[in-house]
Write a protein that binds this ligand. Structure first.
Ligand code: PNS
Length: 163
């Protein structure tokens, strides 16, 4: 069984993420989309909300399942018999960010990191930008599934009311 993990914050999942997950699912027997905690980012959606959106967004992919994790990614890989971490690369900035993590993860566990070149259509798309644009009422409908757009719009309105 060739099992891979696609880790990320997924706050929220974008079409760019889903493109990478779909392509990873074509390369591996099973793909676990694992929503973790990036300590340097503030959250828009709770872990449960992010997992729920990921489940809906990947429901059409039979060899993909969704999980949350809280500790080290390498511990998750060991516990789930995962030997490949799949990451999308949108450009050199992603590579600079990802390479040390890949090297650290290889030091911590018997795990390879596999990079997939992002579809150029999504090379400028990130959850952070999508949240920022949605917060100010901008249209991000091209970059997230429709049901995620609804959740983003609702959350942005709640945050504006609460501010
Ligand atoms: O979508 P993101 O924010 O780039 O995802 C980053 C994430 C959650 C995959 C990364 O921060 C991570 O792996 N966190 C788990 C903790 C960990 O293992 N840290 C050491 C990485 S070398």
């Amino acid at each position: 069984m060739r099992r891979a993990v696609c880790p990320g914050s997924y706050d929220p999942v974008t079409k760019g993420h889903l493109d990478i997950v779909r392509r990873a699912a074509g390369l591996f027997d099973e793909v676990i989309v694992a929503a973790g905690v990036n300590v340097s980012k503030s959250r828009f959606f709770s872990p449960e909300e992010r997992l729920g959106m990921l489940e809906t967004a990947t429901a059409d992919l039979p060899n993909v399942r969704v999980a949350g994790f809280t500790g080290l990614l390498t511990d998750f890989c060991r516990d789930n018999e995962v030997h490949a971490i799949v990451k999308g690369l949108r450009g050199s900035g992603d590579f600079e960010y990802e390479l040390p993590m890949a090297q650290m993860n290889a030091h911590l566990a018997d795990v390879e990191t596999v990079f997939i070149a992002a579809d150029p259509a999504y090379s400028f798309v990130s959850s952070s930008l999508v949240k920022e644009v949605a917060s100010f009422g901008g249209d991000v409908g091209a970059f997230v599934p429709d049901f995620v757009l609804d959740r983003l719009t609702e959350r942005a309105a709640e945050r504006t009311r609460g501010a």
